[in-house]
Ligand binder design. Structure first.
Ligand code: 4FD
Length: 254
């Protein structure tokens, strides 16, 4: 069994080191399934002050990360992990999704490059970066949170990281539907009862109820997800049942 290696290049290694000491990532590391190390880009900066940023050519607000320290840090990480894929986190990247995560989970290693300030010197992106990823259409003060989002999403797809291998394949985005509602004890909370079917022990009925609840939620909250989805037999059956029920309602109106 191979170890997936995450190497995060950052000027704030403390953020990554704190993250790797907590929760599912910590457990995955302890199980020997993944490794997660930070590399301080500042260690590759020259001079007494180890400067990693500078003013933009052409003027304008803010600072740009200098190319030399990042290039040296990437080359060092690539020398240690020759088969790893090098990814820059930036708002200009391709939009991250569960599909993306599934592809990345097959990589032997990821070198995640985190920029700060107003961005990274454009000449870094050209030959040292394999992929540029964005976790969404918003701007962060640095790529570190984006790197953590990617690590979190990818590790839970690695066999053995979650308690059960079924847990990840059960996820809403693997089925292209929103998750059904979940309940736990007590059976009544502040006047709201748990749906009776879930207490019935009838697993076939529970499964059908959950699928219908997932379809309802998706239809009401994220109808555009149906455009991407290939509907299965039981899903079509439920939509046909709705059609009959809706037609009955319309009939009573005319
Ligand atoms: N949406 C994201 C990633 C990084 C970031 C940065 C160039 C800015 C948002 C390179 C510009 C890095 C994202 C740092 N903001 N900020 O994934």
């Amino acid at each position: 069994m191979s170890v997936m290696t995450f190497t995060v290049l950052t000027i704030f290694p403390e953020m990554i080191d704190a993250f790797s000491g907590i929760g599912m990532l910590r457990r995955a590391i302890e199980k020997g399934l993944v490794s997660c190390s930070s590399v301080n880009i500042r260690d590759f900066a020259e001079g007494k002050h180890k400067v990693t940023d500078d003013r933009p050519y052409g003027g304008g607000a803010g600072m740009v990360m200098k190319p030399e320290p990042i290039a040296s840090a990437i080359r060092s990480a690539k020398a240690t992990h020759p088969s790893a894929k090098t990814i820059l986190l930036s708002p200009q990247g391709s939009p991250f999704s569960q599909h993306h995560a599934r592809q990345l989970s097959t990589c032997e290693g990821l070198i995640l490059v985190c920029g700060r300030y107003e961005g990274v010197d454009e000449r870094i992106c050209c030959d040292l970066i394999d992929d540029e990823i964005s976790i969404g259409d918003f701007v962060l003060t640095g790529g570190e949170l984006a790197a953590m989002v990617i690590i979190d999403t990818v590790i839970r797809l690695i066999p053995g990281v979650l308690g059960s291998t079924l847990s990840a394949s059960n996820d809403s985005f693997e089925k292209q539907l929103l998750e059904y509602p979940q309940y736990t004890r007590p059976p009544s909370f502040e006047g709201q009862a748990v749906p009776e079917i879930l207490l019935s022990g009838d697993h076939a009925r529970i499964e059908r109820w959950r699928l219908e609840a997932s379809l309802k939620r998706t239809f009401l909250k994220r109808p555009e997800l149906f455009k991407e989805k290939k509907l299965a037999g039981p899903e079509i059956d439920i939509l046909k049942k709705w059609r009959i029920e809706l037609e009955a309602i319309i009939q009573t109106q005319s």
